[in-house]
Design a binder for this molecule. Sequence first.
Ligand SMILES: *Cc1c(COP(=O)(O)O)cnc(C)c1O
Length: 375
Amino acid sequence: MSKSRIFLSTPHMSEEGYEQFYVKDAFDKNWIAPLGENVDEFENELAKRVGIKSAAALSSGTAAIHLALMAAGVGENDVVFCQSLTFSATANPIIYQNATPVFIDSDEETWNMCPKALKEAFEKYPNVKAVIVVHLYGLSANIAEIKALCEEYDVTLIEDAAESLGSLYKGQQTGTFGDYGVFSFNGNKIITTSGGGMLVSNDEEKINKSRFWATQSRDNARYYQHSEIGYNYRLSNVLAGIGRGQLKVLDQRVKKKNEIYQFYKEDLSQIEDIGFMPENDFDKPNYWLSCITLKGEVKPLDIIEALEEENIEARHIWKPMHLQPFFENFDYIGGNVAEKLFESGICLPSDTKMKEEDLERVVKVIKNVLRKRNN
Ligand SMILES: *Cc1c(COP(=O)(O)O)cnc(C)c1O
């Protein structure tokens, strides 16, 4: 008997067919070429939704981080502070710019960048050029304290909000506090264009400049002339159509992700060996992925493998960048919070198409593993 696969997080198009409406519109107008109305409107609609002045639609969240670093003037040998507990896409663009990452630990209260460690880093590297903070799994970082420190040291703040579209810090959308914010519409994110990203800022000129870099830095001339290095980073008009449709169901997706998390929490919270994601008064997460931590003998891999045997997808929490073979020679500031989260954490299936019986399948496997080990 083969059981149907339960996924971590997969694309979920609207039941109403909004995405197909905008994609069809692009076809009807033969606007398949990059740029066009869907791109412009997706930028406007997203900027309005998150409450920021301007936005540039791009081919990926990674491209958005890269352009944010360029806009911040980060270049060769500049130091950039980067949250260690994250996906490699946060850190890779620092290397694209031939700059030097310094990784910063998380704190237990938010799982994101620890302001104390950040302060220590500022004291060690007073000439740092930019800071990249992440709102992991939709949890808000302690953005007020981090922003205050960046202002004190007069350093550009970039928020990697790739996982936190729809998450609010004190009622304000994450990704709109720093000088630049980054969203991703990769296939596993809370809304998707199959692949895509957005760079947002209240600095309209910098966003205009980013669009210029993203379209091969073509000078305003009658022939192809380039005074600066350019990239091919724009989002296509067809994919932007998917994004416009998805934006209409963002609230529905946040609601469902929240219900998934609450289900796990209610069902598993009586088990002593299981910890949950941090809860903070300032934070209203989008619960992109529901994560738990294990405190006893059972290790994440035991649960991940047991789930896999039942055709259920689960994953480890991100492995910190300072422990990655590629990045391990760069400096790291902090203790072992990120490392401990990696060693104890699991991302549980958080797919918004899951039904209650799917969630029951998941918790049953987890409880079985814990019961067997503890007997
Ligand atoms: C997904 C993700 C990115 C990269 O976004 P892409 O659109 O896949 O390039 C960056 N940072 C974090 C934290 C992510 O989860």
